[in-house]
Design a protein around this ligand. Structure first.
Ligand code: GLC
Length: 550
């Protein structure tokens, strides 16, 4: 199995990657059909978003049967074929375990609804306070986090959609059920796992109102979380596999704990602090330009902090819950190519395992939808109504959704310039952006200067240069508002990375780290960088990485 420090992981949003059956939804056979492309790109693992049986209220993150493949994605034979074909190409499959909650269609919840006490204890049912819910906690998708069941005269907790009921991990039987599911997929040949919002699974003993928040401080990185994660890993034998936990609103300290190898909890984790630098007052639904200084501070604090604590991060800009990085932190117009490459380079040389989200490697942009009816995501549709309720006009609310909707990252993969971008021969489940005519895999494979080739090079470099996977990290030019700069260093070599985060020319204060005489340019996004002997002026979104032997 490939060392996860040297690996690059490619995330596939199954529903939007490739439709082999022609029904308009991406499917497993579609993924298999595109494995040669992924092998060419050089990725080591593919993380596939959930393809299990689900009513699809939250696009598969509401699982109704963890051991069955949802017919819209194919069959168990298709999954077995995908695993086998992946292996042939040196690509391991990572599956997505959604264990904080199940769909309310799951048989466990259905039995609970019938009043079966055994299964009621699989979930979190509580009495209300008169006609009020047990606490004032808010769902991450808007509204109160409890739903009343008249027949039982009780409320159940759903931190996400009301169709996603939170599991009671304090019940050992629940933990055993979940371990069995992991074993099942491991036996099928999965080489790794992603655990969805896994730092929310340990709930407090007492449920109380949050007087100054939405409740998250009571259940985030909860009381038994480390114990439960270690138990899950050890009892299923996944300690030596590649595992990643998605951590919601977490802390550096907690993440060091989750990923320190000797603790045997997880290989690495996702956290999202750097993706909130454009949330005004911390509110995703209030627009703001990204605060680049904050972004730099967060990168430095987490990267250096994880190194110091001996933890390991997933490094990423994009996933199926985020708008496209090039539209958000770069420029999807004039400097589209330069900024997409800069953003890629900025994180691929960091300390951690890089994730490439489908389409990012060709510079896919935000969806560009112009009517609310074009959006599909439950969170976007809920928040559109909430924003109207807060007094925004339809136009204002739409503008927020256009920028913040998770659908920006969920538009179909743009394979070629044809009508449906080579994604489907049917009617796509979600609208395909018009720019697929110019931004697509086919075009970029013809051009060695493309964003796609740049990603391919970054992925290869991580394997060739040990300092990228193993070196220490140190940030410099910390006060500079525009330039992100860091060094990686091990016994053998020194790697210097500079990125102009802005669309303007800028002059950099001279410092020793910037004198790269005699160093080789490993990657850059402007011509003429090979000749640079001291980096002092940077062009818009300029990026360069120089390597030298010590
Ligand atoms: C994670 C998933 C997201 C989903 C949520 C609830 O954040 O990435 O897509 O909606 O968990 O399962």
């Amino acid at each position: 199995m490939a060392d996860f420090r040297k690996s690059t992981i490619y995330q596939i949003y199954t529903k939007s990657f490739m439709d082999a059956s022609g029904d308009g939804f991406g499917d497993i056979k579609g993924v298999t059909a595109r494995l040669d492309y992924l092998a060419w790109l050089g990725v080591d693992y593919v993380w596939l978003t959930p393809f299990f049986c689900s009513p699809q209220r939250d696009n598969g993150y509401d699982v109704s049967d963890y051991r069955k493949v949802d017919p819209i994605f194919g069959t168990m034979e298709d999954v077995e074929e995908l695993i086998a074909e992946g292996k042939k190409r040196g690509i391991g499959l990572m599956f997505d375990m959604v264990f904080n909650h199940t769909s309310t269609d799951h048989v466990w919840f259905q039995k609970a609804l019938e009043g079966d006490p055994y299964y009621m204890d699989y979930y979190i049912f509580r009495d209300g306070r008169g006609s009020l819910p047990p606490t004032n906690w808010e769902s991450k998708f808007g509204g109160n986090a409890w739903k009343y069941v008249p027949k039982l005269d009780k409320w159940y907790l759903h931190l996400y959609d009301e169709g996603q009921a939170d599991l009671n991990w304090d019940n050992p039987k629940v933990r055993e059920e979940l371990k069995d599911i992991v074993r099942f997929w491991k036996q099928k040949g999965a080489e790794g796992f992603r655990f969805d919002v896994v730092n929310l699974v340990s709930k407090p003993e007492v449920f109380q109102d949050d007087t100054h928040g939405d409740g998250r401080r009571f259940y985030t990185d909860g009381p038994h979380i480390h114990e439960y994660l270690r138990e899950l890993a050890e009892d299923t034998g996944i300690c030596d596999m590649i595992t990643v936990g998605e951590m919601s609103s977490t802390s550096l300290e907690a993440c060091i704990g989750y990923t320190k190898p000797e603790r045997r909890e997880l290989s690495m984790c996702f956290h999202f602090h750097h993706l909130k630098v454009d949330y005004k007052d911390g509110d995703k639904w209030e627009l703001m330009e990204p605060d680049r200084r904050k972004l730099k501070e967060l990168f430095a604090a987490w990267q250096e902090g994880m190194e110091k604590g001996g933890g390991w991060e997933a490094v990423f800009w994009c996933n199926h819950d985020q708008p496209r990085a090039v539209s958000r932190f770069g420029d999807d117009g004039k400097y589209w190519k330069e900024s997409a490459k800069m953003l890629a380079g900025a994180i691929h040389f960091m300390r951690g395992t890089p994730y490439v989200y489908q389409g990012e490697e060709i510079g896919m942009t935000n969806a560009g939808y112009d009517a609310i009816g074009q959006f599909r995501d439950v969170e976007s549709l809920n928040y559109y109504e909430i924003l109207l309720g807060r007094g925004k006009s339809q136009e204002e609310a739409l503008k927020v959704i256009q920028e913040r909707s998770r659908d920006n990252g969920r538009t179909p993969m743009q394979w070629d310039a044809s009508g449906n971008a080579g994604f489907t021969e049917g009617e796509p489940w979600i609208r395909i952006p018009d720019n697929h005519q110019t931004i697509n895999v086919e075009e970029e494979r013809k051009d060695e200067d493309s964003i796609l080739y740049f990603y391919r090079r970054l992925i290869a470099l991580r394997k060739q240069y040990p300092v990228i996977a193993q070196g220490d990290i140190h940030f410099f030019l910390r006060e500079d508002e525009h330039v992100l700069a860091y060094c990686r260093e091990d016994d053998q070599a020194l790697l210097t990375v500079v990125c102009n985060l802005t669309g303007k020319d800028c002059t950099v204060e001279d410092c020793e780290a910037l004198h790269v005489e005699g160093a080789a340019l490993l990657a850059g996004n402007y011509p003429g960088q090979e000749e640079t002997i001291a980096i002092q002026k940077l062009r818009p979104y300029e990026f360069a990485a120089y390597w030298r032997q010590k």
